[in-house]
Write a protein that binds this ligand. Structure first.
Ligand code: FAD
Length: 452
């Protein structure tokens, strides 16, 4: 590893085995840890390229890391070198004429969003962890709440610069709005969890910033009524966000965030965000929406503060649970007409196994997040129960036509369920692509792709 010091000359940007922070040996859950010999912080594409070239020549494993907020074990290293891209975080170019921004991968989502909004522009993808990096968001094809209207990260990646497994640097995509010029290799990297290459720069699509936003919360007497109204809402309009939360789940967020949801007597909520060119447009959307809903009460956030408190309760749910007990996160997606079936099944399974399950999620796109609560069980018992519950949940999801990951990815955590969901021929094709891109299998080789 001596060569690394000739590539990265600043000793502060190289950390050796025993001094690597424990957090860098894990993912966002910090429950499982791997090991690595070296952690490096490159600041240029050339440095990344030379490190990878060296690792390739020696057959050393590389784990690429953004902010480490993933929830599926994909940054738990399997020896070798961790390449942390957090210092490659500058804005390279804002091109207002093509509505694009070019950034280094380590820029944080929250910094990018705030920066472009000051220019009256908008980067729509809005996954929950605002401290994640854009490189991480692209590599996980991160989704989030605004996906129902605006789509996911994939829809905003115009071009990427990638350091390939042998250290060569290639570019994919362009600033052109349309592109049907050969196979879209760019899309293979998006969502590939760092298995095909390291993204060292990217050009993202922006849109004009909506001038007005409104949040309203709709309360129902039961989760069934709430879910039944999801289709009604989507038939009426496409909201910016459409989330569902049960009352008992909201209470966790209320305790943690210190804010209260309005309509405390409801048993389930749909939280709706609307956006538009002006307040008049929003008013029309809201009137249309409320006219079509049945058996509900509603609350309209009159101020930015009220709206941000509602979203703070929703946004704090995972952390609220983790403050009380260890949790195992599930991120399944089912066709939107199957949401109720899946939620009912979780309640049956909860009663049968005794494992508490808190369900909430992106109702508008069928993405249900479940927190499975450990609740003080000793490790061996918890692992046994977890396996039983996982098998049952992923099987049900599969039977309903769903998939094991909507947005978090497969990582190391969901390999078995990935196998269940994806036919063998398709898996073999994925492996062939991985082998073509990374002949020595050095990039993130701990994650699913060759273990299936
Ligand atoms: C509280 C909380 C809420 C969350 N909410 C959401 C949500 O709403 N939607 C959602 O989609 N996810 C969510 N996540 C998961 C997580 O934030 C996302 O997966 C995020 O995109 C990861 O970004 P990161 O910078 O932390 O990447 P990391 O965790 O560091 O890495 C994730 C994967 O990307 C690879 N990678 C990172 N950077 C690069 C790069 N430049 N080139 C190649 N590979 C790279 C890594 O090797 C790894 O495989 C949430 C997580 C938490 C903790």
């Amino acid at each position: 590893m001596n060569t690394i010091t000739t590539i990265i000359k600043d000793p502060n940007r190289i950390i050796y085995q025993n001094n690597i922070p424990k957090s860098h040996l894990s993912d966002g859950l910090q429950l499982k840890y791997g090991q690595a010999e070296l952690l490096v912080y490159p600041v240029t594409t050339a440095e990344v390229s030379q490190i990878v070239q060296y690792a390739y020549s020696k057959g050393i494993n590389i784990t690429t890391r953004g902010a480490g907020t993933n929830l599926v074990g994909s940054t738990i290293p399997n020896g070798g070198i961790i390449i942390d891209l957090s210092l490659m975080n500058t804005i390279v170019e804002l091109d207002k004429e093509t509505f694009t921004i070019t950034v280094q991968p380590g820029i944080l989502l929250q910094d990018l969003q705030q920066w472009v909004e000051k220019q009256d522009l908008f980067y729509p993808p809005d996954p929950g962890a605002k401290n994640a990096t854009i490189g991480g968001n692209i590599s996980t094809n991160a989704g989030g709440m605004r996906a129902v209207k605006y789509g996911v990260t994939r829809d905003y990646v115009q071009a990427i610069e990638v350091v390939m497994a042998d250290g060569s640097v290639l570019n994919f995509g362009s600033k052109n709005v349309k592109d049907n010029t050969g196979l879209s290799l760019k899309h293979l990297f998006i969502g590939s969890e760092g298995t095909l290459g390291i993204i060292t720069q990217c050009t993202l699509k922006l849109i004009a910033k909506p001038k007005a936003f409104e949040t309203l919360i709709i309360g129902f007497k039961s989760i069934d009524l709430a879910i039944a109204n999801i289709t009604t809402i989507l038939q009426t309009l496409t909201p910016t966000a459409l989330e569902f939360v049960e009352r008992q789940v909201a209470q966790w967020g209320e305790r943690y965030s210190g804010f209260q949801f309005p309509l405390p007597n409801a048993q389930a909520y749909l939280i709706v965000m609307l956006d538009g060119a002006d307040h008049q447009t929003i008013l029309q959307q809201r009137q249309q929406l409320l006219a079509n809903l049945t058996d509900c009460e509603h609350f309209i956030a009159e101020t930015v503060e009220q709206a941000s408190q509602i979203w703070a309760v929703r946004g704090s749910l995972v952390r609220a649970v983790e403050a009380v007990t260890e949790q195992d996160p599930i991120d399944i997606v089912v066709p939107i007409n199957k949401i109720a079936d899946f939620i009912h099944y979780t309640k049956q399974l909860e009663a049968k196994t005794g494992v508490r399950m808190l369900a909430f999620g992106h109702a508008g796109d069928g993405n249900i997040h479940l927190c499975l609560l450990r609740d003080g069980r000793e490790q061996a018992q918890w692992q046994r129960l977890l396996e039983q519950v996982h098998c049952a949940l992923y099987l049900k999801c599969h039977q309903l036509g769903g998939l094991p990951s909507a947005e978090h990815g497969i990582g190391t955590a969901k390999v078995n369920y990935f196998k269940q969901a994806i036919p063998e021929d398709n898996r073999q094709l994925m492996q062939a692509i991985k082998q073509q891109f990374d002949r020595k299998n050095i990039l993130n080789n701990q994650v699913y792709i060759l273990q299936i």
